[in-house]
Design a binder for this molecule. Structure first.
Ligand SMILES: [Zn+2]
Length: 237
C-alpha cells in the first residue's frame, strides 16, 4: 500500500494505492472517508492518477455524504447518484467534469461542470431547473388559461421562485402569479391544479365556498391532484 495525492481545482486529494491482481483500476471511498484505489501492477502511476482525477467530482460528493453520516446528519446533499424528481419521475444524477452542461438522457440527469462543492453543484442544477420551469409553466398556462378566459380573467405573467412553504401565490395588482420552483418535481397534473388555483384567485380572493365551487366546476379532481402533490413531492431538492 502507498499514499498518493492529486490536485483538482486547487483541492488536494489523497488516495491509498493497493497493487493487486485486479483487471484494471478500482476506486472506492471507504466508510472512514478514505479513497482507496486498487490497480494491477501493469498500470503506470500516471494513468492511475489521471483516472482518480477524472473521478474527483464523484469522490468529493461521496466524501461530503460520508462526513454527514459520521456527524449523524441526514444525507440531504447533492451528490453523484442522488435521485432527483423531475416532472413526477425519478432520475439518477450523474456528475462529470467539463464545460457546464445539463441534459436529461433516458433515466439520468447528466450535470457536467467544473464546480466541486455541493452548494455550487446544487445552485447550477437549480438555475437550469428554473429555466425549464419558465418554459413548462407557460406551456401549462397555455392549456389551463382557456378554462378561465371566459370569466374575464386576463392571462397573468408567471414568476418562478424557489419557496419553502407556498406552491403558488398571486398578485392581482401586478396581474402575475408566482409559482414555486419545487413544483418542477411533481407531475404536470399537480402543477395544473396549482395554476388553476392561482388563476381562480383573480375572481375570488379568499378560499370561500364560491372559490372551491369554481375550481370543482373546471377541474373536478383538483382535490386528488392537490393531495398527490402534498404527499409525494413535499421535500426540497
Ligand atoms: Zn389560494
Amino acid at each position: 500500500m502507498s499514499i498518493h495525492t492529486i490536485q483538482y481545482e486547487g483541492i488536494e486529494l489523497e488516495f491509498e494505492l493497493i497493487r493487486k491482481d485486479v483487471k484494471y483500476i478500482n476506486l472506492r471511498v471507504n466508510k472512514h472517508g478514505k479513497v482507496v484505489v486498487s490497480a494491477s501492477k501493469k498500470v503506470p502511476l500516471s494513468i492511475i492518477q489521471e483516472f482518480v482525477e477524472s473521478k474527483t467530482l464523484w469522490i468529493i460528493t461521496h466524501l461530503a455524504e460520508i462526513e454527514k453520516i459520521r456527524q449523524n446528519l441526514p444525507p440531504t446533499g447533492f451528490y453523484d447518484g442522488k435521485t432527483l424528481y423531475y416532472l413526477g419521475k425519478p432520475y439518477r444524477l450523474v456528475l462529470s467534469k467539463g464545460p457546464r452542461h445539463i441534459e436529461i438522457l433516458g433515466d439520468k440527469i447528466h450535470l457536467t461542470t467544473t464546480s466541486t462543492t455541493e452548494n455550487a453543484l446544487c445552485d447550477e442544477y437549480l438555475l437550469w431547473l428554473k429555466q425549464q420551469a419558465y418554459l413548462k409553466f407557460e406551456e401549462i398556462m397555455d392549456h389551463i388559461y382557456p378554462l378561465v378566459a371566459p370569466y374575464g380573467i386576463k392571462r397573468p405573467t408567471i414568476q418562478v421562485r424557489n419557496m419553502k412553504t407556498l406552491w403558488g401565490s398571486c398578485t392581482t395588482e401586478g396581474n402575475a402569479i408566482r409559482l414555486n420552483l419545487q413544483l418542477m418535481k411533481s407531475s404536470e397534473d399537480c402543477i395544473e391544479q396549482v395554476v388553476l388555483h392561482e388563476l381562480a384567485h383573480f375572481l375570488y380572493k379568499n378560499h370561500g365556498q364560491e372559490f372551491y365551487a369554481f375550481l370543482s366546476g373546471l377541474m373536478p379532481d383538483w382535490k386528488e391532484r392537490k393531495s398527490k402533490l402534498e404527499s409525494k413531492f413535499k421535500d426540497g431538492v
